[in-house]
Design a protein around this ligand. Structure first.
Ligand code: SF4
Length: 495
């Protein structure tokens, strides 16, 4: 078994926060569970890594069978390097107790070039730090590297027929940045080893580092003293001010005195705090009445669901493009009428979901009446993308765009605010405040991220669950979104 003290992932924990590094070794029980959505993002990264191998085909794969034991991979790497193997996947190296593997190693003339694959669309500081450790371990272990690069997804790529791997990925050398960080890496390794042999948890408080550049999986533990509703929930208050309040010992709304309000908060934030403290609901009848009176029937309540595969699945699709696969539509023909419902959910086996989606949407929306969405920027942007990708539908789609109005406006503008909304105007917060009888809590699928992950799995043939049961769950979820809009509209109308 390879004896290592640090790996690339534990090193990166240390770079983020030394307490995180310590807890990862001595406080594993405190780690938050990985959500389905996070798992989906990891899987997309792994899939990109496998696909990128096609840039350098024919390599020998040294991925270990057991991810806790790299000893075979390390030994085989040395053998293959001695034989001047042209391409190696997951070559593994150990130096001074630090283990790392590199996605692709390619012989170029007399020396090797290293490639690390990332599923994102640009090179971040985190990637440079992470590759700096790989460069350090590989070169200190005795292999001179001619170059080291990040292979990432090219967001300008548009799929036409078969995937073009050369165009899908971009290769960016980070050799110079990585070389500059080598002293820093050596210092970090010394420091992190000290932390891991220490007897106590490093005294590091919560801060912006907990959620940037990515969310720490010990937040449930380190943030457990923060009340469910605190200064951290004040809408659009910047992080610096939130932590400043926290450092001053101000956490709960009751602790936000009038002086503190005027020092830190704008008018809307003061309104949120005062509404909470006084338990008051704010309703501005006039602008709400004007908003409602300007709507023209039949009223359409529309909501889209999308998936964002890293690797485009269909023609005219870009990496991470939001691909429409489902909508729900409630229609109220005239004032006081009961809403009727129509919906669309693609069948992944039928190919690109956008084409049947567009055809049915145009039919269902008809030619008359306003179309209400909740946060219209999302729906309008998706429809404009459809026009770009399927220009033959431009006129019909443009007329749908022209009829869209935003049901979020009364809440976004704080014409209606009640403490139960907790500073947010998202539909998930507005609905329980206005129509508590409707709830997502009993639904199998409760949020858009899960809907997206599930449909992507179906479209890529990796879904393992019951397809029909899951389709029903998807339909119920999206139906709830537009039914919620109808109820919210009815509450506003009664006002
Ligand atoms: S939650 Fe914050 S303080 Fe706690 S380990 Fe993570 S980054 Fe460090």
């Amino acid at each position: 078994m390879s004896k290592h003290v640090l790996s690339k992932s534990t090193y990166m924990r240390g770079v983020k926060c030394q307490k995180c590094l310590y807890l990862n070794k001595f406080g594993k029980d405190h780690r938050d569970e990985i959500s389905d959505n996070q798992q989906f993002i990891f899987d997309q990264g792994t899939n990109s890594g496998i696909l990128a191998r096609e840039l350098f085909p024919g390599g020998i794969d040294l991925t270990p069978e057991n991810h806790y034991d790299y000893s075979m991979s390390i030994a085989r790497t040395q053998e293959l390097l001695a034989q001047r193997a042209p391409v190696i996947y997951e070559a593994a190296f150990l130096f001074d107790g630090v283990l790392c593997a590199i996605d692709i190693l390619v012989l170029d003339g007399r020396s090797y070039k290293a490639y690390e694959v990332k599923g994102s669309t640009s090179v971040s500081d985190t990637y440079i730090q992470d590759a700096s450790l790989q460069y350090y371990v590989i070169t200190q272990a005795g292999l001179k590297l001619k170059d080291i690069s990040i292979v990432h997804i090219n967001n300008q790529y548009v799929r036409h027929c078969a995937l073009n791997i050369q165009e899908l990925f971009t290769i960016e050398s980070i050799h110079d940045q990585v070389k500059e960080l080598q002293d820093n890496v050596a210092g970090n390794i010394r420091q992190f080893k000290k932390i891991l042999t220490g007897k106590s948890v490093p005294e590091i408080g919560i801060g912006g580092h907990c959620s940037a550049p990515y969310v720490c999986d010990f937040m449930g533990h380190c943030w457990s003293h923060i009340p469910e509703y605190s200064v951290f929930n004040i809408a659009r208050l910047n992080g610096e001010k939130k932590f400043d309040l926290y450092e001053r010992g101000i956490l709960k709304f009751e602790e936000i005195t009038e002086d503190i309000q005027s020092e830190y908060l704008n008018a809307r934030q003061i309104m949120q705090v005062q509404a909470e403290l006084g338990g008051t609901t704010i309703i501005e009848h006039e602008p709400i009445a004007e908003f409602i009176s300007e709507l023209s029937y039949p009223l359409h309540f529309l909501d889209f669901e999308t998936m964002m595969p890293a690797i485009p699945l269909y023609d005219n699709e870009r990496p991470y493009q939001q691909v429409l696969f489902q909508y729900s539509l409630h229609i109220i023909q005239k004032k006081g009428a009961t809403a009727t419902h129509s919906e669309f959910l693609a069948r992944p086996d039928d190919g690109d979901p956008r084409i049947p989606f567009v055809k049915q949407l145009i039919r269902d929306c008809g030619k008359k009446g306003d179309i209400l969405t909740y946060n219209m920027t999302f729906e309008k942007t998706r429809l404009n993308e459809l026009i770009r990708d399927f220009p033959e539908y431009t006129n019909a789609l443009q007329s749908i765009i022209d009829r869209i109005k935003d049901l979020m406006t009364p809440f976004q503008k704080y014409w209606y605010y009640t403490p139960a909304m907790r500073g947010s105007y998202s539909i998930k917060k507005v609905l329980p405040a206005l129509a508590p009888e409707l709830s997502y809590a009993n639904l199998e699928i409760q949020e858009g991220g899960t809907a997206s992950a599930v449909f992507t799995a179906m479209a890529t043939g990796t879904f393992l669950g019951d397809v029909e049961q899951t389709r029903t769950a998807l339909l119920k979820y999206c139906h709830m979104d537009t039914l919620a809009m109808v109820r919210i509209f009815e509450v506003l109308e009664k006002l």
